[in-house]
Design a protein around this ligand. Sequence first.
Ligand code: NAP
Length: 322
Amino acid sequence: MNRTPKFRWGVIGPGEIATGFAEAMKWVDDGEIVAVASRSAERAEAFGDRFGIPARYGDYASLAADPDVDVVYVATPQSRHCQDTLDLLRAGKHVLCEKPFAMDADEARKMAEEARNRGLFLMEAIWSRFLPAYRSLAEVLAEGRIGDPLLVEADFGFRMPVRPDHRLFDPALGGGALLDLGIYPVQLCSLVLGEVERVTTDGVIGSTGVDEQVAALLRHSGGGLGVVKAAIRTGMACTARISGTDGWIDLPAFMHCPDALTVTTRAGAEHIDGSYEGNGLRFEIAEVHRCLTRSLTESPVITLDETIALATTLDAIRAGIE
Ligand SMILES: NC(=O)c1ccc[n+]([C@@H]2O[C@H](COP(=O)([O-])OP(=O)(O)OC[C@H]3O[C@@H](n4cnc5c(N)ncnc54)[C@H](OP(=O)(O)O)[C@@H]3O)[C@@H](O)[C@H]2O)c1
């Protein structure tokens, strides 16, 4: 019997999202995690035991040197994404790098250039884009169901206790609302309205030095407006509305991983189901496999140019609150 060839994954930074990734891999036929690396051998062993991963490394460089690894999921804090990704690309690995891709647009450009020069696959893990609800959203927009989109309103925020030891409150690890959560509303604006021309913004820096609340107004070159908010000390609806000339689309909470959407036009409101089984990271994994199978070095769904543009927008927002 022929077995489907499997893409052999490595994972670095076995924390919270890496755990979700390993759960998601169970829902993907043509991939398996063959190696995990942690800064600590004990943590690598524990993750390996939990998910049945054969190779466990107590440092990231050993995983990069493992010839049995094809593609690596970078699940470290954003402060490390650039260096970790560069190290892996230089070792010849394809890379799926968690969001936010980098600390700033300069880093993002460096990472993209390295991947392009080496002909390796690289993608920012904006998992939202691959979820069934976002696929439906793209279709509804392409079909012109709401006419021309004019306005995107989106927010993502919750109230966390201040924990200076948590990465979200640590400036050195790229903490703060904007980079961690703001990326989601911003990527939605980019998906719907395209390039950003001008940014107006304000925010609140908390006691640990990170932005705890941020609000930004994005003026897109096509004339559309994006109104985005993010917070780690303020509960928000975490929803999105896209208004067009002929109707609007609502994304329920959480706007970065909705399981449905509602399209409202003169004909009435249509509820579109976007529910799925398993962990939603499975869909971005499937996209990486689709691209690798077709020898694509970028996904057309979230290109490196768009990732650089997103980082540029985040830089512009940050400049307004610092
Ligand atoms: N797509 C999503 O929905 C989603 C959700 C959450 C987070 N993320 C992104 O994924 C990345 C990781 O987030 P997370 O919530 O999984 O964080 P986490 O639980 O803290 O895990 C990060 C891991 O990175 C490693 N690491 C390397 N250097 C580190 C350092 N200096 N400080 C702390 N940890 C370090 C640690 O593993 P070892 O020390 O064992 O190597 C740690 O377990 C972030 O960029 C975040 O924005 C994405």
